[in-house]
Design a protein around this ligand. Structure first.
Ligand code: ASP
Length: 595
């Protein structure tokens, strides 16, 4: 089909273009017909331009204009006219002009649309995903996809400038589960054998260090066959990075510099030169989570001593059983009243993490305590108010239980309070490092220790003699990067010694014979002069989501799956035909019907 190709985009014409003859290609965003005059908003990736089919337009143009519907793809030729001052639309970048159409061609038509293309679509998520090609036309999605592009580009520019090589690693690898379930790909050539999709390039990047590529990165796709839960996707993208001859602080510093550069370049946001560092224990103890949102304070405060002196039996019993009592100040608010109903809501948030209840009291005038458990703290009013730095109208909330349960439960209340009381600026970015993580976690279901992060992280030197005798107290050289309450990266200094690696495997219930079978290729590589090394892997989807002020990673992924792990647009996953199964030597065993 012959058509007029654009000479300008829909975002670029200004007053200075008055009188130019131009061609625009784009989509009919809106078409308003005022007494025979068509005002068409023509849209492309760059913006919107108003084109007008007026009374003097050639008859053929008028006839074509009558046929236009939203989202038709058209070519327009016309003359740019500066609008009189009173008609300038300050909301539009091209609002100083309009284009008087002299020729009009429909390049393709469009069925009635399931939703109008707007800044953001208000259609249901599955509808948006089914018609993702339309959804992606919205200004909101276009901006976010651009931000993602800018983000990745800035990462590449920065790291390449620092001497990193971008190296691809395979997506068909040996199955080496890293904690989650592997996606498997049956081999046609070797019946019964499978490739796995990488959960991350962890072992391959470590092997690249053995090969001497001392600064590596990759924008890597990772696959984890996990149950659909919350905002998870089966595949996600991370900046995978590894370096040789580095210690922990080298990795942390590099990340601070990288994100400093990237935020400035993509968002014009200046980050602090260094990010706050918190040990895992302090993060848990003070904020109740290992990924604290530091856009607001509200620390959890220890009140064991005051609880012990009180007359409240419940608190005293918990302390006697080795537990603790922590308190949180809820600042008085103009928008949220501390009613019984609201306190119950807060209590429900605490109970999710196992707390049996949430005790409370209010601060009255002249340093008095009112309501709830205040009657048990007679004589301690001043001490408690001072400790909590509380003021009239505030509330003090308490959880008493085992340390971890107390932290987690009151931490959840802290998060809910901050959201409900709007205690932070949603446009802020608060990064922090969590360091000194426990290396192992006890898996109650399986009855053995497991790596808290993955099995390749280095224990801190002072624990080397007590790894086996006291795994629970071992701290690792591992670190998480947290942004606004989300874990956005984790990494570690790695083990590069075969014997130490095997000790870790054994503690994680993987005997030597099994580790040779599963991880033999890594152990073999470690027989050939492995350098000390470490790295990290920031999640790209999540970081861009936070930067874009969104709460779901689907908003920054072009073609995500829905919460049921299905892609409504192409209906993946789908059945395949018998020939394909035969070639792969597969027989499908249908799950038994329930009932
Ligand atoms: N491979 C790790 C992960 O995906 C990150 C790292 O340790 O570098 O979580």
């Amino acid at each position: 089909m012959e058509y007029k190709q654009r000479t300008v985009t829909c975002g670029e014409l200004r007053k200075a273009d008055d009188g130019r003859l131009v061609v625009l290609n784009g989509w009919v965003h809106r078409d308003r017909n005022h007494g025979g005059i068509h005002f068409i908003n023509l849209r492309d990736r760059y913006g919107i331009t108003q084109v007008v089919v007026g009374e003097q337009a050639p008859e053929e143009v008028v006839r074509t204009a009558e046929k236009l519907r939203v989202e038709f793809c058209i070519a327009v030729e016309g003359i740019v006219h500066a609008r009189p001052a009173s008609m300038v639309n300050a909301e539009m970048a091209t609002g100083e002009i309009e284009v008087e159409v002299t020729s009009l061609q429909i390049l393709s038509t469009c069925d009635p649309v399931p939703f109008l293309i707007d800044e953001e679509s208000d259609a249901k998520e599955d509808t948006r995903l089914r018609y993702r090609y339309l959804d992606l036309r919205s200004n909101g999605m276009q901006k976010r996809i651009k931000l993602r592009h800018d983000f990745v580009k800035a990462i590449r520019d920065y790291l390449c400038g620092r001497g990193f090589y971008e190296i691809e690693t395979p997506t068909l690898i040996r199955s080496t589960p890293e904690g989650a379930r592997d996606f498997l790909v049956p081999s046609r050539i070797y019946p019964g054998k499978f490739y796995a999709l990488p959960q991350s390039p962890q072992l391959l990047k470590q092997i690249l260090m053995v090969s001497g590529f001392d600064k590596y990165f990759q924008i890597a796709r990772c696959y984890r066959d996990e149950d659909a839960r919350g905002d998870r996707q089966l595949e996600f993208t991370q900046l995978d990075l590894e370096m040789s001859f580095v210690k922990r602080d080298d990795v942390l510093l590099l990340m601070e510099q990288l994100f400093g550069y990237v935020f400035e370049r993509t968002m014009d946001v200046k980050l602090p030169e260094h990010f706050t560092r918190l040990s895992w224990h302090d993060a848990m103890n003070t904020y109740g989570v290992d990924k604290p949102d530091l856009r607001y304070g509200l620390p959890l405060t220890d009140v064991d001593d005051l609880a012990k002196e009180s007359t409240f039996g419940t608190f005293k019993a918990v302390l006697e059983a080795g537990g603790c009592v922590k308190a949180l100040r809820a600042p008085a608010s103009d928008t949220v009243a501390f009613t019984r109903k609201y306190i119950t809501e807060l209590e429900d948030a605490a109970k999710v993490y196992g707390a049996k209840g949430l005790a409370w009291m209010k601060i009255g005038s002249n340093h008095t305590l009112e309501g709830g458990v205040s009657k048990f703290f007679v004589g301690q009013e001043r001490a408690l108010i001072d400790r909590m730095e509380a003021n009239e109208g505030d509330m003090i909330l308490f959880v008493a239980d085992q340390w971890k349960k107390t932290c987690n439960s009151l931490g959840a209340v802290r998060i809910k309070l901050a959201r409900d009381l709007k205690l932070f600026d949603p446009k802020d970015f608060a990064f922090c490092w969590i360091i000194d993580f426990p290396l192992f976690e006890f898996n109650e279901d399986r009855g053995h220790w497991e790596a808290a992060h993955h099995m390749f992280s280095m224990p801190q030197a002072q624990y080397l003699d007590t790894l086996e005798s006291d795994p629970g107290s071992v701290k690792g050289d591992l670190y998480d990067l947290v942004l606004n309450g989300y874990e956005v990266a984790s990494g570690s200094i790695r083990i590069h010694d075969i014997e130490l690696q095997k000790r870790i495997f054994r503690i994680c219930n993987i005997p030597d014979e099994e580790s040779e079978v599963r991880f033999g290729f890594l152990l073999n590589a470690f027989r050939y002069g492995p350098p000390p090394h470490g790295g990290i892997a920031p999640g790209i989807d999540r970081m861009v989501m936070i930067m874009a002020g969104q709460s779901s990673i689907k908003e920054v992924i072009a073609f995500p799956k829905n919460t049921a792990a299905v892609s409504p647009m192409d209906d993946a996953p789908s059945y395949v035909d018998q020939n394909q199964l035969d070639e792969l030597h597969l027989i499908i065993k249908q799950p038994e019907q329930k009932g």
